[in-house]
Design a protein around this ligand. Structure first.
Ligand SMILES: [Zn+2]
Length: 57
């Protein structure tokens, strides 16, 4: 049996199924302790592949 549906690794999450949270240093905190100025977003399900890690072509 062969699969006729082509699937590619999701380009958005690289197959990881989630978008990893990122931490950024807020500009408002420049000059202060960087540890206190970080704004982080939580991991979230990849919207491109809906958490499957692959997208159909
Ligand atoms: Zn994805």
């Amino acid at each position: 049996m062969s699969q006729e549906t082509k699937k590619s690794v999701c380009p958005t999450c690289q197959g990881k199924k989630v978008i990893e949270g990122v931490c950024e240093t807020s500009g408002e905190w420049q000059g202060n302790d960087t540890a206190d100025g970080q704004v982080c977003t939580p991991d979230q399900k990849c919207p491109t592949c809906n958490g499957t890690g692959y997208v159909e072509e």
